[in-house]
Design a protein around this ligand. Sequence first.
Ligand SMILES: Cc1cc2nc3c(=O)[nH]c(=O)nc-3n(C[C@H](O)[C@H](O)[C@H](O)COP(=O)(O)OP(=O)(O)OC[C@H]3O[C@@H](n4cnc5c(N)ncnc54)[C@H](O)[C@@H]3O)c2cc1C
Ligand SMILES: NC(=O)c1ccc[n+]([C@@H]2O[C@H](COP(=O)([O-])OP(=O)(O)OC[C@H]3O[C@@H](n4cnc5c(N)ncnc54)[C@H](OP(=O)(O)O)[C@@H]3O)[C@@H](O)[C@H]2O)c1
Ligand SMILES: Cc1cc2nc3c(=O)[nH]c(=O)nc-3n(C[C@H](O)[C@H](O)[C@H](O)COP(=O)(O)O)c2cc1C
Length: 589
Amino acid sequence: MTKIPYIPETAPFSLEQRAWLNGFLAGLFADGGTSEAPQLSAPAKAGEPLPILFGSQTGTAEGLAKRIAKEAAQRGFAPVVLPLNDHSQADLAKSGKAIIISSTWGDGEPPDNATNFWSWLQADAPRLENLHFAVLGLGDKNYSDFCGAAKKFDARLENLGARRLVPRGECDSDYEASAKTWVDGLWEKLTPGANGAATNGHANGHSASTNGHDTKHTFSKTNPFPARLLKNVLLNKPGSAKEVRHYEISLAGSGLAYEAGDALGIVPVNCPALVEEMLAALSCTGTESVLVSNAAMPLSEALTRHLDLCKPSPDLLAAVAARAPISELAPLLAPERRDDLKKFTWGRDVLDLLRLVDQPFSHLELVPLLRKLAPRLYSISSSPKAHPDEVHLTVSAVRYESFGRGRKGVASTFLADRIGDAECVKVFVQPSHGFKPPTNGDAPMVMVGPGTGIAPFRAFLEERKACGAQGKNWLFFGDQKRASDYLYETELDAWHKEGHLARLDLAFSRDQDAKIYVQDRMLANAAELWSWLEAGAHFYVCGDALRMAKDVDAALHRIIETAGGKSADDAKAYVAKLKSEKRYQRDVY
Ligand SMILES: Cc1cc2nc3c(=O)[nH]c(=O)nc-3n(C[C@H](O)[C@H](O)[C@H](O)COP(=O)(O)OP(=O)(O)OC[C@H]3O[C@@H](n4cnc5c(N)ncnc54)[C@H](O)[C@@H]3O)c2cc1C
Ligand SMILES: NC(=O)c1ccc[n+]([C@@H]2O[C@H](COP(=O)([O-])OP(=O)(O)OC[C@H]3O[C@@H](n4cnc5c(N)ncnc54)[C@H](OP(=O)(O)O)[C@@H]3O)[C@@H](O)[C@H]2O)c1
Ligand SMILES: Cc1cc2nc3c(=O)[nH]c(=O)nc-3n(C[C@H](O)[C@H](O)[C@H](O)COP(=O)(O)O)c2cc1C
């Protein structure tokens, strides 16, 4: 079937021109411009503008928004896809309709490209009575504030008088099917009777990838590439408390392309020893047949490749509590005991839960109660210009002891321990939006990346070197001890010596009594950092989201206040402007 052409955001047109052209093309093709074009039974809205606004940290919501836009164009709308922070271009107060697709980050917070939108919505937005809206949340039920950002947007829009087109949708990590159901409901509302006629399968993850490519021709999240692992090198030296490894993976023959700043998705495989323990706990051999996502397979295959044996799902917790009503767990399921439940589940896996019940679960009872094993993302630490056909990663192996058993992070130890010479690792590229070196090669760049947060900045520095970009580069790196944890020491020192890194500031936290962190180095260099910002520097942060990224953000505000002589409110506005100019970008996890 011929696809209806769609003008991408990168095309050299203004927003209005793009909307008009998309509407024109949709109208032309939907009206029978080609005999193969879908016949819409209700294409009455031809050319109606439809802003599709996304909040997305790692590209999933953005990819979905773009796919929905393609469908919208096929249904005769003139869709425009924008990050939520660029909402002013959509003029929501005047707009007839708007679709919002947003993930949630931190602990119930909007992603970075939606934070300015959220501030506006809370403080500055006018009444939005003319707006008809629909919100779809992408999240993960492992987090206590599931789809928190989408919930906030949805409630606040209602509060401002906007009218809901369809109830808010909420999708867990395996979002494709629930997103499709929600999108189908939306089209039923917007173009009644035309459902299914024009979708061309785009909202269905089985026929279109997250990247919007046709899976028949390209490798993608739904059709990952089996790649060879070329190198696995321990970066820490003896005496380190950490195990951070550098991986080199071949993309030869895959047709996969990536850019510095993108992430690589890894499809992990569970540890065989843990699978054996699970089979023993279930009194099974592994040959028993089970259904996972409607596909029949042997239990051992399901436990090895398809099911998450680490994080107990809410369904499993409820089922265990029902079988062990007098256990410590049952009372923790009350909503007001959320924090206690978090403490209880910390360090407990599925096996630990199974051991709480006297009346064991059968394998047929257990399988539907388990989460699907999700791919893990890793910030790419190479530039394709420096390493054609290869992708490099910098991964900390997760290993710890809990309740008397050694535990292993699924993906990080799969990479570290379990890929033999003959085996492959299934990968896909997760494009980032905006987390890229500045397009202007002359713009200065400040990078804050302690620990594995160094990964994308190695890629940025390789990229700028390969392009001959002349902008100054400043890196803040830190880890526990210089002697054992100075990751990529030789490369970083060489770049510093030759001037590719104009500044390299190191913070080794455990080389002295008092901790020194990257933000302490930033504060000690406040005046110079301020002058870089004023000279147009882009400011990047990568690594730990829970503590480091928050403290670095606080330090940035302080620097703007002290070195820039601004009030707390003006510093906030300065940071909001950096974000809206896409000069403050984070890749935090
Ligand atoms: C965009 C993005 C980029 C990323 N880039 C990188 C990167 O460049 N390098 C990198 O190393 N990681 C990176 N990560 C993190 C990575 O995706 C994985 O989350 C990480 O490797 C752990 O995955 P795993 O499968 O090995 O562990 P899992 O099997 O997912 O286990 C981790 C879980 O184990 C539990 N746990 C961990 N430690 C303990 C403990 N001491 N006690 C009790 N429970 C514990 C926690 O519940 C934790 O969530 C990135 C994440 C994102 C979202
Ligand atoms: N689940 C866990 O228990 C656990 C443990 C470690 C890392 N992680 C996660 O794994 C990812 C990568 O970890 P990593 O080993 O690469 O690096 P990391 O643990 O983030 O440590 C890198 C450096 O950052 C320092 N640091 C700690 N708190 C900080 C703060 N508030 N501000 C600034 N710097 C701070 C560390 O110091 P000190 O260590 O000396 O304080 C260390 O020197 C992160 O997402 C991290 O959250 C999880
Ligand atoms: C560090 C981190 C924090 C997250 N916090 C939440 C959360 O609080 N609530 C939630 O529902 N999902 C949370 N998620 C899950 C993401 O929202 C989910 O993976 C989503 O699909 C990501 O979409 P994006 O790629 O468009 O950003 C979190 C994920 C990460 C890695």
